[in-house]
Design a binder for this molecule. Structure first.
Ligand SMILES: Cc1cc2nc3c(=O)[nH]c(=O)nc-3n(C[C@H](O)[C@H](O)[C@H](O)COP(=O)(O)O)c2cc1C
Length: 177
């Protein structure tokens, strides 16, 4: 789905839709629900076993993923705003809740993410911060790139007095500092 100028178009998640995926410890997709597959233009065959960055959108700052992985690898949960890209190039924003997952013996076996629709107002506010993070990444690669943009995020959060998840929560619930 593209607009008339041939540019990528936004896809909007229905209010009651939930996108679900599960990964192994390395972030390879082990489960994806139909909503995930449809909005991403994937099939089970093209999604399962693939690294989750197959739907990474280039507008997303590396620092957000660095923060996400630091958090979930430490056994914590995280809420995050994420812009994803379908295989056709269209994009969609989600409010994601990512957690570590464990088997019945308590062994850490992977991660789980469920995602819901976002408000336009929250996207506008998140984009301001993410754009500043992307600017800080300019000309950098690897860990230096992720850390430069994470510094911008940390500074922004220090100003608001929130953790990343608290900031995301406040945007979602209209309590933006
Ligand atoms: C459960 C889970 C869900 C994830 N969901 C997404 C997602 O929706 N979009 C995305 O781009 N990355 C997602 N990631 C993060 C990717 O694994 C990856 O870190 C990110 O796409 C950045 O990729 P890169 O380091 O190759 O740039 C998820 C990771 C986990 C563990």
């Amino acid at each position: 789905m593209t607009d008339t100028r041939g540019q990528s178009a936004e896809r909007v998640l229905a209010p009651n839709d939930i996108i679900v995926s599960k990964t192994d410890l390395q972030g390879r997709i082990t489960y994806a629900n139909d909503v995930f597959l449809t909005i991403s233009d994937l099939t089970e065959d093209t999604a399962l076993g693939q690294p989750h960055n197959i739907i990474r959108h280039p507008d997303m700052p590396a620092g957000v993923y660095q923060y996400m992985w630091d958090t979930i690898q430490a056994g914590q949960e995280i809420f995050a705003y994420v812009k994803n890209r379908a295989t056709t190039g269209d994009y969609y924003w989600v409010y994601a809740y990512v957690t570590p997952s464990y088997d019945t013996r308590g062994t850490h076996i992977g991660y789980h993410s469920s995602r819901r629709a976002v408000t336009r107002d929250a996207i506008t506010r998140v984009e301001q911060v993410y754009n500043a993070m992307k600017n800080a990444e300019h000309g950098l690669t690897g860990r230096a790139r992720a850390h430069a943009s994470l510094d911008v995020l940390t500074t922004t959060l220090e100003r608001t007095g929130h953790t990343y998840s608290q900031w995301v929560w406040s945007l979602t619930h209209g309590d933006t500092p």
